[in-house]
Write a protein that binds this ligand. Structure first.
Ligand code: PFF
Length: 474
């Protein structure tokens, strides 16, 4: 290991480029697939309100903490934490949470790419259907005309049963992620965000309007915003908290890494606020896009993880313009997934550059290649390795397949541990002057920020960690 940390030396071309890339990292499958799934399963309004509270009371202070560490450190997560620790007379050992974060990001991108591969497959299915609709002279017909509901649902099962197909779409998605990351910060990641984020917002707004016109927006609003407090169980609170961390990409050092490419200026508070607001707005808009469509055709909002892949294609079949909007819907998810997966791969890639002295293409190839192989194990868990239970000795994961084990272990263990250590480090250890001058917060905002980090965040995150690991307590 190289003892001294080299600065990766790259940077964003402007503050708004950083914000766009950071919002792109936050907005992903978590907003469009996981949030509506959880909200649907957890009864809607009560979950949504707790989620919003978690984002602003716990997530936002952590977003600012991560950006602060990167901004001061100017290098990969491990080196950046080490630098902040040195300037705060704290132990360099704190950098361990940078390493945990880089490892978590590496594992997450492995299965994230597999799921994004499914989305890619659906983009191609819906795209071919749209082409056929155009050829038939009826471009505004419903999606997948002539298929029965069973056939539409069966498509997901058929895809899972086909390892070669899953490997191809996973390879395509991981290859794209690698390509963008290998090109570097300004000509790869920033450029991708500059093109893809406006496209994303355009598609999102278009689909929300479509849902409002063709779907049942009244029922969707009532479902998402009317709290039924009797539904607020400890499990629901726990999943709202976990979702807030996942959606803001916290605990995996992603924002430390992106923050390290901010070259000058302070005033990080409003930037952090903007990221949290944008991410939450997108999650809510995704709910307002999906549920009107689900309710319009009388489908079950609590369908779970298959909501997006089985329930919605059927809904698009019965709606005018469904072929076109169904295609745009999956394209939207794909775009969101790309800007998140590049942020995930960037964390270990920066580590390889900063701590190991590798070139960027080499580092991206090593971690992208490794994640591709782990992803293959994940997708084989849907067919030839369906009986494999990697952590079967552990009662929590006794019944869990490979992909869900990687997802569960990173989400329930690594991410909260990363977030917990971040809050303790910034809440208790980091030098107060350094924090004040770099963040540029007003005195009261600074006091509140530090208080939340020192007390509320560690407590709340410790609760997610313990109850996540020992669910029988709840
Ligand atoms: N925030 C992303 C999403 O909501 O899909 C997921 C994610 C991306 C988690 C990047 C962690 C991360 F570092």
């Amino acid at each position: 290991m190289v003892a001294t940390t080299v600065s990766t030396g790259e940077g964003w071309s402007s503050r708004s480029a950083f914000i766009l890339a950071a919002v792109g990292a936050a907005v992903g499958l978590g907003n469009i697939w996981r949030f509506p799934t959880l909200a649907g399963e957890s009864g809607g309004g009560a979950f949504v309100i707790v989620y919003i509270a978690c984002v602003f009371l716990l997530g936002l202070p952590l977003v600012l903490s991560e950006i602060f560490i990167g901004r001061v450190g100017q290098t990969d997560a491990v080196g950046s934490i080490r630098r902040v620790a040195a300037q705060s007379q704290a132990s360099p050992g704190w950098s361990v949470f940078g390493a945990i974060g880089a490892l978590a990001a590496f594992l997450i991108v492995a299965f994230y790419s597999v799921v994004a591969g499914w989305v890619l497959y659906y983009v191609s299915v819906m795209g071919m259907d749209l082409v056929q609709a155009i050829v038939e002279g009826d471009p505004l017909r419903g999606a997948l005309a002539g298929e029965s509901r069973e056939q539409i649902q069966q498509r997901l099962g058929d895809m899972f049963a086909n390892p070669l197909l899953l490997i191809v779409v996973h390879l395509l998605f991981m290859g794209l992620t690698f390509y963008i990351v290998a090109r570097g910060v300004s000509s790869g990641i920033e450029k991708a965000a500059t093109y893809l984020m406006p496209l994303f917002f355009f598609l999102l707004v278009g689909l929300v309007i479509y849902g409002a016109i063709e779907g049942d927006i009244g029922d969707a609003v009532a479902f998402l915003f009317t709290p039924d407090w009797s539904k607020l169980t400890p499990q629901v609170m726990n999943s709202a908290l976990g979702q807030a961390l996942f959606s803001l990409s916290l605990g995996v050092a992603g924002l430390i890494t992106y923050g390290s490419y901010i070259k000058e200026g302070s005033g990080l508070g409003p930037t952090a606020g903007l990221i949290a607001i944008a991410d939450t707005t997108v999650a809510l808009l995704a709910g307002l896009m999906i549920f009107p469509i689900v309710f319009a055709v009388g489908l079950d909002p609590a369908a779970g993880p298959t909501l997006v892949f089985q329930t919605l294609p059927f809904a698009f079949q019965t709606m005018p313009g469904g072929a076109l909007f169904g295609f745009l819907f999956f394209l939207l998810i794909l775009v969101a997934a790309v800007t998140s997966s590049i942020s995930l791969l960037e964390v270990p890639t920066a580590y390889g550059i900063g701590e190991r002295g590798w070139t960027r293409p080499k580092s991206a190839a090593i971690f992208g290649g490794g994640a591709f192989l782990i992803g293959i194990a994940c997708l084989l868990g849907y067919n030839v390795w369906a009986d494999v239970r990697p952590l079967g000795f552990w009662s929590l994961f006794a019944e869990t397949d490979i992909l869900d084990t990687v997802d569960g272990f990173t989400g329930k263990v690594m991410l909260p541990v990363g977030a917990l250590l971040t809050s303790i480090f910034i809440g208790w250890k980091a030098d107060e002057n350094l924090l004040r001058t770099t963040t540029g917060l007003s005195p009261w905002a600074f006091g509140l920020w530090r208080f939340l980090l020192a007390w509320l965040c560690p407590l709340a995150v410790a609760i997610i960690l313990v109850t996540g690991l020992f669910p029988s307590i709840l």
